[in-house]
Design a binder for this molecule. Sequence first.
Ligand code: TXA
Ligand code: MG
Length: 317
Amino acid sequence: MIGSDIQYAISLLQQEQVVAIPTETVYGLAGNAFSPRAVSTIFAVKNRPTFDPLIVHTSRFERAEAFTTKIPDIAYRLADRFMPGPLTLLLPKAEIIPDIVTAGLPRVAIRVPSHPVAQELLGGLDFPLAAPSANPFGYISPTTAQHVEDQLGDKVPYILDGGSCQVGVESTIVGFEDGQPVVYRKGGLAVEDIEALIGKVVVRAFSSSDPQAPGMLKSHYAPRVPLVLGDLSTLQQQFKGQAIGVIAFRQPLPGVPLEQQLVLSPSSNLAEAARNLFAGMRRLDGLPLDIIIAELLPEQGLGRAINDRLRRAAGGA
Ligand code: TXA
Ligand code: MG
């Protein structure tokens, strides 16, 4: 059931049930992070392997001090500037966080969403929320309550509606190795914005073979219709005679019906493109297409996160 009753969501969460919640990045499937029972329900509902750890959400970064044993100075600087917002910090895990949340890994992922509904919800709870994106494992993340309803509606007692997600791609994940910041997932906070605050950072996206985050699998964000990347006109020739869907940055591809196309941002705005990406991919994925052809965006700002999702959707990140 979709609704906007925050108190009802709170009461379900207090009873160790799961609730889908809005954030500014994507919708999350939330449960009490202190409750192994609630957390195991999240894994079951998503059909997610338990080796893939969950992000812990709280209303203010100061509340997360109890969830970690050490916060480097750079982490405080990042948190001061970018939290609440689309940033997740990986910090050494404290005992209070159950192992099931971090899949036994030594670090815990902490995020403070800025979405007003998420803020009000988290502010009304005396425990943090573990929440992965509210999609079946491996599929495109949801950016509206209806997306969650379409796929998990019969498995989730309540979907808290917070409208369309304003960022539209998942949070940027930053951890620290020997005190040096490392970006593990390109997301809704641009790497350039991080570097403007703390200087050059290493960008080393998780891969499926990386034991530190086995969840960032290649085939993540994948639509059912096969997706290929490249020059749109060339691909159009290559797949001539087939039902083609198109993901283009600025303008539609001549010769393909407009309803089979996703134009991410006619004004070349990367933030707008990020906002439109997942909902558009879902729409195309609902059409009777043989193939989706897509072009990469400029490799800057949120374009880097978008390109990462497109590459993963194509199975090649
Ligand atoms: O924007 C977001 O981050 C959204 C919203 C709901 O907050 N959440 C999200 O969660 O994207 P999820 O589970 O779909 O992706 C989080 C990724 C996981 O794939 C996992 O690999 C990594 O973060 N991660 C989480 N906890 C970790 C940990 N303790 N150590 C290493 N990686 C971790
Ligand atoms: Mg996810």
